[in-house]
Ligand binder design. Structure first.
Ligand code: ATP
Length: 359
């Protein structure tokens, strides 16, 4: 059953040519971006690409060297953190270690001078929302597990009642299984709360699961903004294509007659949407390379030999040696079985399943 996602169209936050320079270097290099109201927007990028610097400027912890941050048409660039409608949830969580779960969650309410009874009521409500047992109210936060502390930090962020929740890699220190659970919970929580989430991570996999849209950063620049589907299937450059795990990046050159040569591969191939002369790369995801069945050959086929086979659990990854090149492919376990070891196999892909990038 497809869950209908509400259309998020109203612009909430606008970054206009935002730049941050440290010691003459642009940590964030002239970014333009609009985040929509109620959106789950994730910024991904490798270490040092400027994600945290960008988030700190949104939270008001750093001022942009140039450019403007505008909320519903009003500049917030010079507002201090506590005057902004944002709340930052850190990787390190920044909980008060000597206080109970309840005291941690109630802290923002206490600051706003909310009475004890109303505070407790709201804290219990938030604990239910993040699925913390009621009995944890008086528990010391240091006696909670990592995942539980994560929930406390989240409940406390909601207690501030910000318009925008900013997340700085909140799940990076958590083990794989729990992280997978929390990713889905966070997505549910986002849907229920209707708040705008801006989330940073270096894991595109994490971003794909949760986000309405993703922005990819490379060396301080925002190189692509799009839905998870667009980022995965239509990367704008090699870097974005390769950022999502292992993929084939094949150098292509037009022969001028509608066919394309792939470096080190024998034949001519089709590249979707490109009849004209050009040179660049195709990003071909391993799962779109198939073993060819004689009756339904895809547009592009290659003959090669399987040189390695790896089990990925539900899928199997193959390295297929084609001439001097190794093509990576992935098929569901139990998919059409190729001929025996060392035997030749015919593999292929449809042109529309590979993305052309110029650089
Ligand atoms: P990570 O995933 O490792 O957290 P990131 O994408 O968040 O990386 P930033 O922390 O934003 O990257 O850093 C971007 C660049 O700016 C890096 O080269 C970093 O060394 C530099 N930088 C960040 N903060 C400062 C600072 N306070 N002073 C000087 N340089 C800084």
């Amino acid at each position: 059953v497809a869950i209908p996602t509400p259309r998020k169209t109203a612009a909430l936050l606008h970054l206009s040519r935002v730049r941050k320079t440290f010691d003459g270097l642009n940590a964030v290099d002239t970014i333009d971006l609009t985040v929509r109201e109620g959106e789950f927007f994730t910024i991904v990028g490798p270490s040092g690409s400027g994600k945290t610097t960008l988030l700190r400027m949104l939270a008001g912890m750093d001022r942009p060297t140039a450019g403007d941050i505008v909320l519903r048409g009003v500049s917030i660039s010079s507002l201090p953190p506590n005057k902004r409608p944002t709340c930052l949830v850190f990787q390190s969580l920044a909980l008060f270690p000597h206080k109970s779960v309840g005291q941690n969650i109630e802290f923002p309410l206490k600051m706003r001078k909310v009475g004890a009874e109303a505070r407790r009521e709201r804290a219990e409500e938030l604990m239910r929302m993040v699925r913390l047992p009621e009995s944890y109210y008086a528990k010391n936060v240091m006696k909670c597990s990592g995942g539980e502390r994560q929930r406390v930090a989240l409940a406390r962020a909601f207690a501030y009642d910000p318009e925008i929740l900013l997340f700085d890699e909140p799940l990076s220190a958590i083990d794989y299984k729990l992280r997978k659970t929390l990713e889905k919970e966070l997505k549910d929580l986002h849907r229920q709360s209707g708040k705008t989430f801006i989330y940073i991570t270096h894991s595109l996999e994490e971003a794909m699961v949760m986000s309405d849209r993703i922005g990819v950063m490379q060396a301080g620049k925002l190189v692509q903004v799009g839905t998870p589907e667009e980022i995965y299937m239509r990367p704008t450059n090699r870097f974005v294509g390769e950022f999502m795990g292992e993929t084939n990046v094949l150098p292509v050159r037009s022969d001028g007659y509608g066919g394309f040569a792939i470096a080190e591969l024998p034949d001519k191939y089709k590249v979707a949407g490109h009849g004209e002369a050009l040179e660049g790369f195709i990003v071909l995801r391993p799962e779109f390379v198939q073993f060819v069945e004689a009756q339904h050959p895809p547009e592009n086929t290659l003959r090669g030999r399987i040189c390695n086979e790896y089990s990925l659990g539900s899928r199997v990854q193959y390295q297929v040696q084609v001439g001097k090149r190794v093509i990576l492919m992935e098929q569901p376990r139990g998919a059409l079985c190729p001929p025996g070891d060392g035997g030749e196999v015919l593999i292929g892909w449809n042109a529309a399943d590979a993305a052309f990038v110029a650089e």
